[in-house]
Design a protein around this ligand. Sequence first.
Ligand code: CTP
Ligand code: MN
Ligand code: MN
Length: 510
Amino acid sequence: MDPSRVAPSGPLKKRPRQVRASMASPPYDIKFRDLVLFILEKKMGTTRRTFLMELARRKGFRVENELSDSVTHIVAENNSGSEVLEWLQVQNVRASSQLELLDVSWLIESMGAGNPVEITGKHQLVSVKTDYSATPNPGFQKTPPLPVKKISQYACQRRTTLNNCNNIFTDAFEVLAENFEFKENEVFSLAFMRAASVLKSLPFTIVSMKDTEGIPCLGDQVKCVIEEIIEDGESSEVKAVLNDERYQSFKLFTSVFGVGLKTSERWFRMGFRSLSKIRSDKTLKFTKMQKAGFLYYEDLVSCVTRAEAEAVGVLVKEAVWAFMPDAFVTMTGGFRRGKKIGHDVDFLITNPESTEDEEQLLPKVINLWERKGLLLYYDLVESTFEKLKCPSRQVDALDHFQKCFLIFKLHHQKVDSGKSTQQEGKTWKAIRVDLVMCPYENYAFALLGWTGSRQFERDIRRYATHERKMMLDNHALYDKTKRIFLKAGSEEEIFAHLGLDYIEPWERNA
Ligand code: CTP
Ligand code: MN
Ligand code: MN
């Protein structure tokens, strides 16, 4: 027992009144000793601050009256990260990189929960104005590490979860980006994709043009669209695109597996506007891929669910392990990023015990499935992997691994009642599957490359090139200054080589 808390006896029993009155606050027990809070008065006001401090202390939080070195969490209300930073600079306080700058919502949620809740993006105050590390400030003994990060132009320096609170803008940008892609205007397409990507990473919803200040990748054209959506709730440009015959036709045609821009263009010029007309046209020639695309169209346009992806995963592993018991089989692509649905299921396979007949694995798996009648289509692409001098210069370039693009016949799990909700008699669904086989030494690079998202991949490569003078692709990382390949056994090591904080797969939904 703490002796100071035993009621004093004898002559000390009657304490003078003023001693009690001068006590800062009743001695509440501190329950969370790792946290030291400071509540900012600026824009909150004294009354509310005093109230929150008292309440937080009552709930077991340590709250300081003054800002000091021991403070770990600064809580503010109605202040942006930049404003808090400015205030800190004026106070001449050395801010450590560990210091959390939080919105009052974090404190309120924590008090409600009875313990500090996990800090997420929506709690963290974001600075979008100035990079303070570049501003010399004679008041500081040392330039302090930045407690608030400036939003990077590179997706590999942002954490982008599936929690997108700017859907209304990013959906619009994606339509415009796609339309430019259909017109083969890469520059504009990329501009809108980058804008969509950066807004997906924001922890707040844009409600006014002021919110866009300092956010990178937002050019004038992009800002016009944002402004219109803020004012009218929709963009006239997007509306026009959605009603455009060419856009509609391209969207429809490219939804067929095996149909790209060139074919869409041809069909559109020939006057086709619907798939049924194309399908029944006797003069058109289709590739094997397009034939499969039409044959299984309905299944392929309906998205793959996670349950279906897992079911395919079990079958892939079973088949691979039948021939190569030690192989690693990893689900990559969107499902590794935590997506609930996808257009296909991607798998990366590697053999930690390198053997001579590695390239025989995929053919064997294909052969097994074909014999079992589980393959509706496949295209086995042989490896073009040679000892390359350095990784490909081209961003988005295809890799050289052996791979198989296929359509799998996934039989539905048997339901006890025997009843089927599927279309009459059909007991299976066609699922697009990508299998990639890579040498073990390339595994980390292939995993990073095949996890995506595409925008994340583009940006991490661009970052490597422009910020590090390195070249990254699905096979390797090359340091152009040192003229050496940097080896990596894990994705974490690749990020470390690039001097980047590690971004988890579910934070790569850029
Ligand atoms: N990828 C690649 N080379 C290819 C095809 C794909 O490196 N020839 C990479 C891309 O970077 C992409 C990832 O593999 O991010 C997965 O591709 P894909 O299946 O097309 O996209 P997902 O992100 O999985 O999205 P979806 O749910 O639509 O399948
Ligand atoms: Mn995929
Ligand atoms: Mn894929």
